[in-house]
Design a protein around this ligand. Structure first.
Ligand code: HEC
Length: 281
């Protein structure tokens, strides 16, 4: 039997596979260390909610009831219907972008935060020792105390499971609990950044798994090595370039296209309004 050397083609493939396995293992362990904060962790203070009471009385109480019933209630079922599985950042963003209705954005950021603290308190979430801040609130999830949350009907949801055929129907088996997928009031650029953050790891994992997989081809020696090396080099180089470019290009074009479409719609709507006004005059 011949001695096994580094030159050996099989040996190189094996090293390639080991590389992929190691890279995958370390990425998976990094993924699990991500404790999530919820509204039950005390994300505002009593003092902050108390401050919110005055501002709420002046700017919101005219249209909203801080109770489960009454006009446009912000507590209980109506609250869960709109904000279950979203996060406090979404609530803050909605309120500071659209409220008070008719005069949106008229209050200061700290005041909006105080009012959101009051809304959280009114919904029975406990106070804590740190005030509700701007950026930290983005990751605070709105879920029931036991972590379980039923999504309202017609909510856009995300599940991960296996799609299997059962007679004429397709069913999702071994699925995760549905997670809310849409985010109201999120800026296009924030959506792109968040998506990039979430997808970066899987994209790198699949790309590098493939690159390391064809690496032995690029480093081939022995009989027929030239053609294998030629293909391998092209594939490795192409994948590396595509991965590096895509990481920056895709979020960039997403923002460009979404902004373009939205701004375009705004322009068209303005034109239509103007035409209608001219027709009436
Ligand atoms: C002039 C009346 C008016 C005022 C004042 C007003 N709102 Fe609203 N609010 C509305 C209306 C109408 C809606 C529903 C609009 C929508 O869903 O797009 C709404 C929706 C909301 C929602 C979402 C409720 C849900 O179930 O989806 C929140 C939260 C909210 N308002 C908070 C506030 C806060 C906080 C203030 C004070 C800073 C405020 N609003 C002031 C009229 C008002």
């Amino acid at each position: 039997m011949l001695p096994v050397t580094w030159e050996d083609h099989e040996m190189q493939s094996l090293v390639g596979v080991l590389f992929v396995a190691l890279a995958t293992a370390s990425l998976v362990t990094a993924q699990t260390a991500n404790p999530r904060r919820t509204v039950w962790d005390g994300v505002y203070t009593e003092a902050q909610a108390a401050r919110g009471t005055t501002a709420y009385g002046q700017s919101c109480a005219g249209c909203h009831a801080l109770a489960t019933e009454g006009k446009a209630p912000l507590v209980g079922d109506p609250f869960w219907k709109s904000f279950a599985q979203k996060n406090v950042g979404d609530l803050l963003e909605f309120v500071s972008t659209y409220m008070p209705n008719g005069n949106p954005g008229s209050l200061t950021e700290p005041t909006y935060r105080d009012i959101v603290a009051l809304i959280l308190k009114s919904n029975g979430f406990p106070a804590g020792t740190t005030e509700l801040g701007g950026n930290a609130s983005v990751s605070v999830q709105i879920v029931q105390k036991d972590g379980r949350t039923e999504l309202p009907a017609n909510a856009l949801a995300r599940v991960v499971g296996c799609l299997t055929k059962n007679g004429a129907d397709w069913v999702v088996t071994s699925a995760t609990t549905p997670e809310r997928a849409e985010r109201e009031g999120q800026r296009v650029i924030d959506a792109a950044i968040e998506a990039a953050r979430i997808r970066l790891r899987p994209i790198l994992m699949t790309s590098f798994a493939f690159i390391f997989g064809v690496l032995p081809l690029a480093l081939a020696t022995g009989a027929g090595a030239n053609s294998r090396a030629a293909i391998g080099t092209a594939v490795v180089g192409g994948m590396l370039t595509a991965t590096i470019l895509a990481i920056f290009y895709i979020p960039f074009f997403f923002v460009l296209v979404r902004r373009g479409v939205r701004d375009g719609l705004v322009v068209i709507r303005e034109r239509l309004r103007q035409r209608r006004r001219e027709a009436q005059a």
